[in-house]
Ligand binder design. Structure first.
Ligand SMILES: [Ca+2]
Ligand SMILES: [Ca+2]
Length: 467
C-alpha cells in the first residue's frame, strides 16, 4: 500500500525527455482504430530512429507540421499541427514498400520499415466480411473452446460426435445456446469465476483490508461490492458502461450466484447523487485515494482500469495548456513530470471531494474536503477546482467525467479488449484488427453495450474459431 501511495505522488519520466509526449496521443486521436492504438499507444519508433532523429515516415511529416512556424514547436503547437500533417502524407509511401502510409497505419504495419508490410491471405484477409468469415473458421474447434472458456469443461467424445453430425446452421445455433447456458454457470459469473478474473486488475483486492465476507486483519472496505457491480454490468444484456456510471449498487446472493440491483448497501456511504459506479465505491476511495489530498492515483487507476489508458506508460496523454498548476506543491511542474501531469492533474481534480481514509468521514463525498482536511498541504490547495478534463474535454465533476469516459471509444475498445484477451488469448493482433474493430463498433452501435451480445460476435470471429 505504501508503494502505491508513493507512486500516486508524481509520475515523472526518468532520463532525458524523448520524443514529443503528445505524439502518440495525437496519432491515436487521428487513427483511433489503428492496431498500434488499440489497448496501447504506438512506440516512439513509429516516427523516430532514436529520438529526436526521425525515420523516413517522421521525416515526411516534418514539413507539414505548422510550416513557417519557429522551431522547436511547443507541445501545444505540435499537437494542433499533427493531425493535418498525418493526413497530408497518407497517400505517400515513406519506406517505398509499395504500400501507402495510410494502409500501413490501418493494417498495423510500420510505415518506415520496408520489411514490415501487410500480408495478404488470399480471399480470407481481414476486412472482407469480418463477422462471417468462414475461410478458416472451424466450428468444431470453436465448440471445444466455447465449452472450455465459458463452462470450464471439455466436451465429451459423445458431444463432439453429436456436434459434428449437425448442419452448419445447427452447429452455429448450438454454439449460441451453449454460450448462453455456460454464462449462467458459477464458472462464468460466480465468486472468483471468469468475470471476477477480468475485474481483478480493476479492483486490485487486498485481502488484509477486506471488510465483510472473508474479512481481513484490518477491515476497511468490502470490495465484493465492486465485483458485484462489475459482474452485473457484464451480464444479462445490461449496459456495460454502468460499471462507471451506476448510481445504484448490486447485491450478490449465492448458491446459485445472483446479482440484484439495490439503491443502497450498508457497506457503502457515497450518496446517490455523487455516485459514479465503481469509481466511487468504498473500496476505490479507501484503496486508491487513501490519505492523499489530490487523488491522482484514483484518477490514474480509473483511466487505466476502465478506459485502458496507462499514464505511467505515457498512454492517453492530452496535455491541457497551463497545467499542471501544482496546487498541492508536489513539484510536478519539473520538466520530467509536467509531460504526464499536464494530463493527470486535470484528470484528478474531479476527485477532489471524494475522501479516502479518515475515520467517520472515510469513503464519502465531502464538500470542501480539501479545505476541511488538507489545508496544511500547501497555501494554494483550496484553489484546486472540482472541474477538470478528460480526453482534453472539460468536465464539471466526476459524474460528467464518468459519463464522457463511458461513452468514449476508449471504453468500448478497452471492454472488448478484456474479453479478447480472455477468449482469444492475447490482445488483438494486426491480422485480427478488422474483426476486432467490427466487434467493438457493434458492441457500441448495435448491441447497446451488451457484453452478452458482443460475446456471440467474438465466438464467430476467425480469431476465435480458426485453429
Ligand atoms: Ca509503405
Ligand atoms: Ca512498411
Amino acid at each position: 500500500m505504501l508503494r502505491r501511495l508513493i507512486l500516486g505522488a508524481a509520475v515523472c519520466l526518468s532520463g532525458e525527455v524523448l520524443a514529443k509526449p503528445p505524439g502518440p496521443g495525437g496519432f491515436c486521436a487521428t487513427y483511433p482504430s489503428a492496431p498500434a492504438c488499440i489497448g496501447q499507444q504506438p512506440a516512439c519508433t513509429l516516427c523516430h530512429t532514436a529520438p529526436p532523429q526521425r525515420n523516413p515516415y517522421g521525416a515526411s511529416l516534418e514539413p507539414h507540421l505548422a510550416p513557417g512556424a519557429a522551431r522547436p514547436l511547443s507541445d501545444g503547437d505540435f499537437s494542433l499541427a499533427l493531425p493535418s500533417a498525418l493526413r497530408a502524407v497518407e497517400a505517400e509511401d515513406a519506406d517505398g514498400d509499395g504500400v501507402s502510409n495510410l494502409e500501413e497505419v490501418q493494417r498495423g504495419t510500420l510505415p518506415a520499415d520496408p520489411s514490415s508490410r501487410p500480408v495478404d491471405t488470399g480471399g480470407c484477409g481481414p476486412g472482407q466480411n469480418p463477422q462471417y468469415d468462414v475461410c478458416r473458421y472451424d466450428a468444431r474447434f470453436a465448440y471445444r473452446r466455447v465449452l472450455l472458456d465459458f463452462c470450464g469443461l471439455s466436451p465429451t467424445y459423445a458431444q463432439l460426435k453429436a456436434f459434428a453430425a449437425l448442419s452448419a446452421g445447427g452447429q452455429q445455433a448450438l454454439l449460441d445456446s451453449e454460450l448462453d447456458r455456460c454464462t449462467t454457470t458459477e464458472f462464468w459469473r460466480g465468486k472468483n469465476g471468469q468475470l471476477w478474473k477480468l475485474a481483478h486488475p480493476k479492483i486490485r483486492p487486498v485481502g488484509s483490508l477486506k471488510e465483510g465476507e472473508d474479512r481481513g486483519a484490518i477491515p476497511l472496505a468490502d470490495y465484493y461490492d465492486d465485483y458485484a457491480l462489475y459482474a452485473y454490468a457484464q451480464l444479462d444484456d445490461h449496459d456495460a458502461r454502468e460499471v462507471m456510471t451506476a448510481r445504484y449498487f448490486v447485491r450478490r446472493q449465492t448458491q446459485p450466484t445472483r446479482y440484484t440491483r439495490v439503491e443502497s448497501l450498508p457497506s457503502q456511504s457515497v450518496e446517490s447523487s455523487r455516485r459514479a459506479g465503481n469509481l466511487t465505491s468504498a473500496w476505490s476511495l479507501i484503496s486508491f485515494v487513501m490519505f492523499t489530498a489530490l487523488p491522482r492515483n484514483a484518477a490514474a487507476q480509473s483511466y487505466r482500469a476502465y478506459l485502458g489508458l496507462d499514464i505511467a506508460k505515457q498512454e492517453g496523454l492530452h496535455s491541457i495548456p497551463g497545467e499542471p498548476r501544482d496546487y498541492d506543491a508536489k513539484g510536478v511542474q519539473a520538466p520530467a513530470c509536467a509531460a504526464c501531469h499536464a494530463t493527470l492533474d486535470p484528470l484528478s481534480y474531479p476527485f477532489r471531494n471524494y475522501n479516502g481514509i479518515a475515520g467517520a468521514a472515510s469513503a464519502r463525498y465531502v464538500p470542501n474536503r480539501l479545505e476541511l482536511f488538507f489545508s496544511d498541504v500547501s497555501p494554494t490547495i483550496s484553489q484546486t477546482p472540482e472541474a477538470g478534463y478528460l480526453f482534453g474535454r472539460p468536465v464539471r465533476d466526476l459524474l460528467e467525467w464518468a459519463e464522457v469516459g463511458a461513452d468514449s471509444d476508449a471504453f468500448a475498445i478497452s471492454a472488448v479488449t478484456d474479453y479478447w484477451k480472455l477468449l482469444v488469448g492475447h490482445a488483438p493482433s494486426a491480422e485480427e484488427n478488422a474483426e476486432f474493430v467490427a466487434t467493438w463498433r457493434r458492441f457500441r452501435d448495435t448491441h447497446g453495450y451488451s457484453v452478452q451480445r458482443m460475446l456471440h460476435d467474438v465466438i464467430r470471429t476467425e480469431a476465435y474459431g480458426a485453429p
